[in-house]
Design a protein around this ligand. Sequence first.
Ligand code: NDP
Length: 674
Amino acid sequence: MTVLSLNSFAAGKWVAPSGSLTSLKSAVDGRVIAELGAELDFAAMIEHARAVGGPALRALTFHERAAKLKALAQYLNERRDALYELSYETGATKPDSMIDIDGGIGTVFVFASKGRRELPDDVIYVDGNLEQLGKTGAFVGQHVATSLQGVAVHINAFNFPVWGMLEKLAPTLLAGVPAIVKPASATAWLAEAAFRMIVESGLLPDGAVQFVAGSTGDLLDRLGSQDVVSFTGSAATANLLRKTPTILENATRFIAEQDSLNATILGPDAAPGTPEFDIFVKEVHREMTAKAGQKCTAIRRILVPTDHREAVIEAISARLAKTVIGDPRAEATRMGALASLAQRRDVLDKAALIGSEARQVYGTENGFADGVDAENGAFVSPMLFACDDPDGADKVHSVEAFGPVSTVMAYRDLDHATALANRGAGSLVASVFTHDPAVARRVVLASGAFHGRLYFANRDTGREATGHGSPLPHLVHGGPGRAGGGEEMGGIRGVMHYMQRTALQASPDLLTGITRIYVKGATPIPGQKHPFRLRFPELEIGHTLETAERQVTLEDIEHFAEFTGDTFYAHMDEEAAKANPFFPGRVAHGYLILSFAAGLFVDPAPGPVLANYGLDNLRFMKPVSPGDRLKVRLTAKAKTRRNADYGEVRWDVTVVNQDGEQVAGYELLTMNQM
Ligand code: NDP
């Protein structure tokens, strides 16, 4: 295999390595795989992102960006085989590579889908509800978010070269912000191959993405207030980089995922023989050996009831003994190599530190499969430790050996277990194996504040459980304290890290104009035509229909009660209804009011309204008594294009009585033809 020359991609051009070059070696046998080294014009790269990439992305709506992400995920998905091939040389087995490559692509798919479903077909994100600031509603408040106008610098770790890149790119691009990606050198050949595919897809606008194969030079010194650094790696590097003077002076956003001493707790109820015990042992083994333990979320500390400690050690050791360690390409292999010899040295050093406080209860000197190059390949055996004094120990709670290394500790009771879990001083994830909801709640109360994610598994979660170590695009990934204090993903929350939230205060008319969502109190647009006769593009936000009146009679209420079977006393029994503090006497059914409202505003003939598919935020504000007269105001509140044929219209529906008092309010959803 020829040595790969890893190119950077700067200001729209591929740039070959230059300056002092670094050789990158195969994790399996030490062969040189690639060379990298970058002497780049970082000022020009930042300028390209800010002046070309940013405006091009911001010209697209969230839905258009989401469509690009979906197409990109499909493009990468069809080219996975080439990436698996390169991934073997990082020491990863096929299942490891699938976490990285398929997991990364899957993350882009999820963001594409969330972008289309949860963000508007617009460039302004409306965040939360309207805040009424005065008595009459003439001055109201609303939070919105708009794209940052700078560049996102992504500094990624070596362990997941593809996932690590894509899980940051997807929310960044969806936010409309261009990115400069800096992969970790150790596995950069895989990141470069995936990045090359992104560029070759031609799907993203010029300037949307750039790539640094090598050092970041003075890149961080040039960042400003509209930029973001999103870092994954060691706490030492994170702490160094977050102190960059320009980053401090400009309050440049700095998101960090760093070291984490993740714990797992075997519940007090999960004794040997229970399904939870077996699931727990399987999960610990998987977390220790998947990716050879090089996962920021891997289980480092195993907390078990004192009585079950020996059974746990025995069961995990038995599984570890059956784990074939060898060439990641070989089918029998269950655990590959670490990413580099440097990582092996680091893991062995850190394991020795842990060993100063804990006994090693599993670990063989050379338990590798035949043919393994134990000298030039970065192979290590899994190491299981047992710490007899977890309260007095320090290293087991603070030293992260970034490999297949874990320590068993016994706890007296659940309070002790959560106290030990919290000794990690902030982590990405902790898991709990229990079938007892009371145990689960106590752990959340005692430990939630120390962990970005709490993972509960038991006999009921079965095959759908996604695994202790898998961050999901839908859920927050990140943790307090030692874990860096950052958050990534978490669905649309992850997009907001690349946008600025702004509180707007204005009149209803101005806010409607800004957000393109009708705000109550804005001047309605009286239509010539019934709004149900208008096609999606013709319908204006604020278009309003005022209906005629309809009286509700006692016969109506009785008829409705008999017809539907809802003969609740408040509708049928005057005396009983009167005794109820909410009702003046017999009242109309809420659903009768809704039905009459529809009867008042519907325009019956076939037309552009294809379907009524639900209503949101329904409230009945005032009882309706026999003799009351109802009328309805129907206003087009928001429009979301779904495809070339139709779009969703959200209508504000206000039902009032003869005195103009609102008796009911809701938002009606219809699908309207283009
Ligand atoms: P590093 O902190 O050394 O590197 C992380 C990233 O930062 C790499 O892309 C690296 O590039 C870059 N980097 C390093 N120094 C600088 C600098 N001065 N300026 C700009 N960028 C820089 O971590 P590693 O990847 O080597 O991993 C080491 C440890 O990090 C692991 O052993 C583990 O403890 C932890 N880790 C934590 C993870 C988490 O999510 N919590 C994930 C992965 C690792 P380059 O490779 O070119 O030096």
